[in-house]
Design a binder for this molecule. Structure first.
Ligand SMILES: Cc1cc2nc3c(=O)[nH]c(=O)nc-3n(C[C@H](O)[C@H](O)[C@H](O)COP(=O)(O)OP(=O)(O)OC[C@H]3O[C@@H](n4cnc5c(N)ncnc54)[C@H](O)[C@@H]3O)c2cc1C
Length: 371
């Protein structure tokens, strides 16, 4: 474990903004991660566990506390376990392992269940909190259990995926984070439970069903048909690359840095509406049945509230704009500050509220800033 003082956070986030962290600790094992968090908590120092920094917007003032960055990144095959796991192969990943390294690891071994989640930036720990999803797949359907540190009691226990209550971009960890944010809780901007490692159950079969219409079209198959996980992975990476939904700063095509990738992915979540509120939307607005109501598309609301791709509050040369590839990502054009990005997010949120009466909620975790 190494601890540094006064480290600028911008290079550790995909939005490339964020001021100084008073302390920055890099851990090399689950035990070190648990002990670094417990020690800072017991000293009353604010704690921010930072994974890949792909879902955070950190203030220009930085973080006056202890940023803890898990660097342990083991991914290991546990084999088949237990009577219920006959067709599943278990893989255990450290919290600091890159999510996409795990997907590549699985695909190379002809295991399926996560190929549609290829290319999502960030680490295993936050993926569990966030229940990441894309192209008809969610992480929660492959998660078997997670090893959690409970910061309130200091205890470590293995929690089943079921007990984490995964939903659309949520889990009890994310719900707790929102609660802590709203109530000024002591654990924010990291939840009360810190993920130390996670175990996934993957199908011992490379053929995987394609559940998303856009992906099925790109692959030339019908929704529900199967494809080899490696083919799905390649196609997802290509589609994500075309939309700047990969985190690499360099587009890799000789054009240099692609600022559309300087984002936190989808900045806002798709809102969940009551049936009555959903009925008030224009007829052509997307509506998807969802647990607890009707979901609509945040991108559709943003576009139909008058914000087009590339929109910036200060016109075309704005330091912060919506992505030029899609409207749901807020991007740093190279020299934006956190304040610039917040100004843009506020303008979009206000515009959608004025037009449709719906308040968009950020998926991105706001650290030291608010909308
Ligand atoms: C270009 C781009 C595309 C994206 N596409 C998608 C997509 O398709 N689908 C999708 O779901 N998301 C997407 N995202 C969002 C992001 O990749 C995910 O939310 C990811 O899981 C964040 O991981 P991270 O390690 O970067 O988290 P960070 O940004 O480091 O942290 C996010 C939150 O998780 C907490 N956290 C970090 N580690 C732990 C831990 N070990 N235990 C508990 N809490 C922890 C942090 O404290 C913070 O509150 C995209 C982002 C980008 C930049």
């Amino acid at each position: 474990m190494q601890t540094y003082e006064d480290i600028r956070l911008a290079p550790y986030t995909t939005l490339r903004v964020g001021g100084m962290a008073r302390r920055f600790t890099v851990t090399e094992s689950s035990e070190e991660l648990a002990s670094a968090v417990t020690q800072a908590d017991s000293q009353g120092t604010p704690v921010f566990v930072l994974g890949g920094g792909s879902n955070v917007l950190v203030s220009d003032e930085g973080f006056d506390g202890s940023v803890i960055h898990p660097a342990q990144d083991a991914i290991e095959l546990l084999g088949k376990r237990g009577p219920d796991e006959r067709h599943r192969v278990l893989v255990r990943c450290d919290a600091g392992a890159a999510w996409d390294d795990f997907v590549r690891f699985a695909t190379e071994r002809e295991l399926s269940g996560v190929a549609a989640l290829s290319g999502i930036p960030g680490c295993i720990g936050s993926a569990c909190m966030q229940n990441i999803g894309a192209y008809g797949q969610e992480m929660g359907s492959s998660l078997v259990s997670a090893l959690l540190l409970d910061r309130l009691t200091g205890s470590v226990r293995e929690a089943s995926a079921r007990s984490l209550q995964m939903g659309y971009r949520t889990s009890i960890l994310r719900e707790n984070l929102e609660w802590e944010r709203e109530h000024g809780g002591e654990h924010f901007p990291t939840p009360r439970w810190v993920v130390l490692s996670a175990t996934f159950g993957l199908a011992d079969d490379p053929e995987t069903a394609v559940e998303h219409p856009q992906l099925a079209r790109a692959l030339g198959v019908e929704v529900g048909e199967t494809q080899h996980a490696a083919v799905v992975r390649d196609e997802v990476l290509a589609v994500r690359g075309s939309k700047a939904m990969l985190a690499d700063g360099d587009a890799g095509d000789g054009r240099g840095v692609d600022h559309d990738r300087w984002s936190s992915g989808s900045f806002f979540t798709n809102p969940l509406l009551t049936y009555e509120d959903a009925q008030r939307l224009p007829a052509q607005a997307p509506r998807f049945p969802a647990h607890g109501g009707i979901k609509t598309s945040a991108a559709w609301l943003i576009e139909h509230a008058g914000f087009s791709r590339g929109f910036g509050v200060h016109g075309p040369g704005s330091r912060a704009t919506l992505s030029s590839r899609h409207t749901l990502a807020i991007t740093n054009r190279g020299n934006a500050t956190s304040a610039d990005l917040i100004e843009l997010a506020r303008a979009v949120r206000r515009g959608v509220h004025d037009r449709f009466g719906i308040t968009l909620e950020p998926e991105t975790v706001l650290v030291g800033v608010s909308l």
